[in-house]
Design a protein around this ligand. Structure first.
Ligand code: NAD
Ligand code: IPM
Ligand code: MN
Length: 368
């Protein structure tokens, strides 16, 4: 019996989580996946009512779950950072979710804005370091509010933190390559026995301390994976190449900050924010992992019932993989593929007129 904590959160969060949970119910019945849901009331409304962001006692209750499904946090009435740092980042750090896994996969039938590219060209996965870098909140102000004000925010990079992230990326590339060798390899690469590729994305030409550490770790760890090609790109060039030649990418390993930025770009390659899912993983399983869409609370469309629920539904599938339930996970992905391959229903982000609930229902109907 799996205990799943649910943080629906703010804005479109509850709208898309409702659909994901309905899909979970139907898929579980068919696959006999036994679970219980534990809802957690966290987000902007609670903060505005009570001043509470994430009380310690609630953190401990969440710790007892096997996994967490999160919609989104971020509220127009709350200053930026309070909920994002206080809920999302606190959970990622407190539960040692040091990997943020973000697949970028174009489903057949979904239009990519990249001219001439199709599903065979856009199939990569970003392994984003999730516990370090600029995100740790190391820094502060001096002389705040004066003309001489100084603000410092430091990027933290530990050898151990970087190594575990890079190892995870190489393991992923190996798994992917065993299932199907990376198509972007040359004939020569294949003759040499290569099956996959890890592209490390950083900025070694400017961040000559932090990313020197990354590069040395990358070079050393790559020796343990002779069947995986190691590739390096500066983050600016990576952005350009993700658009011009997405087929060059298999597994990308990158820092927390760059990973945040390039995965919104990746979401667009695969059809938009409404389709991109993400897993905050604690691979050692010493605390729950957390699964969420890449998108935020989307205040511009919240309350209209038109958010695309597919990102949340695919995040649910990632959660089922992690919980050792590949049956329901695959069934859900097949259903999503069927719905995305059909001309309708589509939410407005995909050019349609359907509601969130219509797409959710269509996925449930496509489950068998
Ligand atoms: P956003 O991802 O919420 O929205 C960006 C754009 O994508 C908007 O135009 C929105 O309408 C569209 N979009 C997002 N999700 C969609 C969906 N499911 N279907 C259709 N269209 C969708 O990013 P933002 O506007 O920069 O941030 C809004 C708030 O969310 C901020 O408070 C931010 O801090 C927060 N945020 C939270 C998370 C999270 O909880 N994981 C992630 C990103 C942003
Ligand atoms: C994401 C979001 C978060 C991040 C914010 C809301 C803290 O943008 O999950 O991509 O930067 O990681
Ligand atoms: Mn982001």
């Amino acid at each position: 019996m799996a205990t799943i904590g649910v943080i629906a959160g703010d804005g479109v969060g509850p709208e898309v989580v409702r659909e994901a949970l309905a899909v979970l119910e139907d898929a579980s019945r068919r696959e006999d996946f036994r679970h219980e849901l534990v809802p957690f009331d966290l987000g902007g409304e609670r903060y505005l009512k009570t001043g509470e962001v994430l009380p310690d006692a609630v953190l401990e209750e969440l710790r007892r779950c096997d996994a967490i499904l999160l919609g989104a946090v971020g509220h127009p009435g709350v200053p930026p950072g309070i909920l994002e740092q206080g809920i999302l980042l606190r959970l990622r750090f407190a539960f040692h979710q040091y990997i943020n896994l973000r697949p970028i996969h174009l489903y057949p039938g979904v239009e990519t804005p990249i001219k001439g590219k199709g599903p065979d060209d856009i199939d990569m996965v970003v392994v984003r370091e999730n516990n370090e870098d600029l995100y740790v909140g190391a820094g502060g102000f001096t002389r705040k509010g004066t003309p001489e004000e100084v603000a410092i925010q430091t990027s933290i990079n530990t050898r151990a933190g970087v190594e575990r992230c890079l190892r995870f990326a190489f393991e992923r590339a190996r798994d992917r390559g065993r299932r199907r060798p990376f198509r972007g390899l040359s004939d020569d690469d294949r003759r040499r026995g290569l099956v996959g590729q890890v592209t490390m994305v950083a900025k070694t030409n400017v961040l000559t301390f932090a990313h020197d550490l990354w590069m040395r770790a990358f070079t050393e760890i790559s020796r343990d994976y002779p069947e995986i090609k190691s590739d390096y790109q500066h983050v600016d060039a990576c952005c350009m190449r993700m658009v011009v030649s997405p087929e060059r990418f298999d597994v990308i390993a990158t820092t927390n900050m760059f990973g945040d930025i390039i995965t919104d770009l990746g979401a667009v390659l695969q059809g938009g924010m409404g389709l991109a899912a993400s897993a905050n993983l604690n691979p050692a399983r010493t605390a729950p992992s957390m699964f969420e869409p890449v998108h935020g609370s989307a205040p511009d469309i919240a309350g209209k019932g038109i958010a695309n629920p597919v990102a949340a539904i695919l995040a649910l599938a990632l959660m089922l993989d992690h919980l050792g339930a590949p049956g329901p996970a695959e069934r859900i992905r097949r259903a999503v593929a069927r719905v995305l391959g059909a001309p309708a229903p589509k939410t407005p982000d995909l050019g349609g007129t359907a509601a969130t609930a219509d797409v959710g229902r269509a996925v449930r109907e496509a489950l068998e």
